[in-house]
Design a protein around this ligand. Sequence first.
Ligand code: ADP
Ligand code: MG
Length: 563
Amino acid sequence: MTKLYNDPADFCDDQLEGFVDLYSDRLAQVPGGVISLPPKTPQVAVIVGGGSGHYPAFAGLVGPGFASGAVVGNIFTSPSAAHVYSVAKAADQGKGVVLTFGNYAGDNMNFGIAAKMLQAEGIDTRIVVVTDDIASAPEFDQRRGIAGDFTVFKAMGAAAAAGKDLDEVERLGNLTNQRTRTLGVAFAGCTMPGADTPLFEVKHGQMGVGLGIHGEPGIRDEARPSAQELGKLLVKTVLKDAPENPGGRIGVIVNGLGTTKYEELFLLYRTVAPMLREAGYEIVDPEVGELVTSLDMGGVSLTVLWLDDELEPLWTADAYAAAYRKQKAPLESIDKNYEVSAAAIDEESLVEASPAALDLAKRVRQASARVADLMREQETYLGEIDSFAGDGDHGRGMVRGSEAAQTAIDGAPEKAGPAALLRIGGRAWAMQAGGTSGVLWGASLEAAAQKIDDAAEDFAPEDLVQAVRTFADSMVTLGGAKLGDKTLLDALLPFADALEAADGSLSEAWAEATQAAQKSAEETSELRPQKGRARPLAEKSLGHPDPGAISMAMILDLLGENL
Ligand code: ADP
Ligand code: MG
């Protein structure tokens, strides 16, 4: 829902004033819209437009290398012919004008009338209509213009900036349109400023296939599939509609309609790009982001522009508009042949483990599986206690970390000793878990591993006690917290102390130490956090135990059973 406005009737004018002030170094406001400050060498004026609510289309696309001016109508409403005329007239540099817009009745009429007015004054004016939306009609020229506006406008902006004449800019615009196809889906409707309800609703778990960008719902509703299935649907449908002589190179846009997040778009691109490549295409300068939106609508679209020798340089050309900047020069300094090498386990560096060490290694392998099981069991509870003052991800983080460690340990060579396994597991934990606890657990397991000698002929209980102490010391050093700060140390430090102080067998000592850990973990309820994410929310944390301390105590308890 659009929440910020003054008088809803003034929404468009109000926002445009802010926009023009922001970009006053390169844009100027004129009645009906904005123009780019003119280039030193006159060029064909490319005037884009339509209603508002589509930012960065249309005003955000004005600037060197892109549109010369944008006519700004009210939300989802065609601008008047007078406004189109006014913007075109202000942008005209004596080289002629192209008016370009998506195929909608109101725009066709108003831009058409404006073209006649301009022509009557001797300004050579052409019209290029965008019709990229596959879902909107079977006949190509009956289709609506949606995200394909971007490819067509960009091609003409680049052609004009390159000094092409009016005939050429018009021809290249039409050619780009003929080679551009889009299909979109909607997850949620958009709400006009001041309105209480969205223009349309998509039922929970559904999506509208074939959306419009003016709050038109999809042509048909379907169950919303996984991102992967959606990617497949979009690619298949768009490729089925390929133009004649498609060639092997394409420009691609994965466009967000307003409230679909960039992360979701990247996720979709992860399916779309490999599929397009499998279909034999080379992707050139793909764009993933919000380029043509529909207020706060939820949805995505896929656009493909089939390039040829003429269109590729226009698609890849630099541009400097308010909302879209492309500058290739800095990329030239990059070494494209660089190969990323992942740090793998170096089998050669493994110490030959003694029989005793191999025996211990077996227990480490078992323990890692049991810790991962335990964390899966406790994930929800740990998340809950992390949500009172933290971000609720402690359970997830511990599951990710312990699972990663288990997988890495499972995959380690058979000859690996306990130290090697802890090193490998710790590194995987730290890499995958995320969060403060993840890095502390991972790095400290690695630190503890340094105290264990895989070549040793036998292992004494003191070696384990020593490893626990090293583990705890590492957590103190890395996290900078102390006892009473309401962290996992409030379980671990009492545990290490009790373990060292106890006499009797290792399993008795461990059981005693575990009790100490559990007691102090529970007592963290009365503490205020002094470290970590929970600190600013100290009051909310009171009465709830520290999640890191609780998970620590649980794991220590479990390990005792394994001794
Ligand atoms: P994040 O706080 O990054 O979301 P988690 O939720 O996985 O990470 O872990 C939170 C736990 O991390 C806390 O409950 C606390 O026990 C522990 N923690 C946070 N900061 C520190 C620190 N500086 N030293 C030791 N432990 C810490
Ligand atoms: Mg957390």
